[in-house]
Design a protein around this ligand. Sequence first.
Ligand SMILES: *Cc1c(COP(=O)(O)O)cnc(C)c1O
Length: 448
Amino acid sequence: MSSFDSFDFRKEAHRVADWIADYFEQVERFSVLARVAPGDIRRALPESAPENGESFDAIFRDFEHLILPGITHWNHPGFFAYFAITASAPGVLAEFLSAALNQQAMLWRTSPAATELEEVALAWLRRLIGLPDPFEGVIYDTASISTLHALAAAREAAIDGVRARGLAGRSDLRPPRVYCSEHAHSSVDKAVILLGLGHEALRRVPADSEFRMRADALADAIDDDRRAGRQPIAVVATVGTTSTTSVDPIEAIAGVCARERLWLHVDAAYAGVAAMVPGHEWILRGADRADSLVVNPHKWQAFSLVPEYLKTTEADEVKNLMDTGIQLGRRFRALKLWIVLRHFGAGGVRAHLAEHMRLARLFASWVDASARFERVAPVPFSVVCFRLRADDDANARVLERVNASGDVFISHTKLDGRYVLRLAIGNLATTERHVARAWELLNQAAEA
Ligand SMILES: *Cc1c(COP(=O)(O)O)cnc(C)c1O
């Protein structure tokens, strides 16, 4: 019954395809947040793997009855938490094909297509966001790994012989420094820790009243560190910070980096793709002077794919992908990028991004007109930070009540020490109706 021979792949694939199609059509029937308690899913499952193989029928039944209840529906149009995303239909199909081909693209010969398509698809993306041709890239699973890689390159450039001799026990080294704004992502902290620079190597530079890194404060920090005998290595500037999506002044920061001969890494994980929308080109102005840059298109909706890390290097005749990234084997992610870009077209992607920014501005206008709520940050993209005009506890209670509705999911952050609500728009299926529902629920919760 369960041997591979008797497994009817064609039939099961059709079943799964139908299930996914129904799911896409009916996702709003689910509560956005899973309604399970910690441990529920684990307890429903056996402690050990089955000794004998089971039928796909039985497995699929359990998927529906045991697994699905524990799913928080990121694909729900009422998902406004963190950075909202979409698994788009073409993206899902691309993953299906990529799984079937099962490529490990470490050498060109182990997958000529994955190797070359990655180059082509990244060049398409690079042009869409207006980066110059010398940038070439790698597709990684996450922005965190991309930033780790970028800072490894910065460390290599700044510290003599680090590849061979490492850092431990070296009296010839001064304590290193990496700079980012106080609003930069925690992946920068993780990178300095993983790279053996030590967490104390990270210096967070103060931001202005709109949460952007102050280039003058950066220059002062570098001076201060040099005088104290430290070795500045790199600066991480953020385009679209995680809390408020503020944009650090890349041009001014690039000027400081050039003067000080420091590696400039641009973390454009969330907002980088917005540079392709007319009127938003300015967000990456100066990024052509960066040494590395990461974009996370899956953070937004428009295409659901994977982040990539772009790095300036010399072009080779044949590229072996294992030489350009951290891992050896790697998935055929370029297929997804290529399929999704072709499916939507640049115009389609731009239109979706622009619509999400319009919805965010609309929501912000409701907040601004309301006596009950106040906005606490500018809205350059598709995220709105706001709060009830009340104490932190009241804000937390509003959030809890709204999320218990099952219709929407909103998250929070802290700004200037205060609890702040945060609505992030990024799902392909999200329309004005869903944003209006969030506003209605927020007002009901505030009244209660
Ligand atoms: C989300 C985010 C990251 C980390 O993204 P992952 O792909 O989940 O590692 C890094 N930087 C910024 C600005 C982000 O918004």
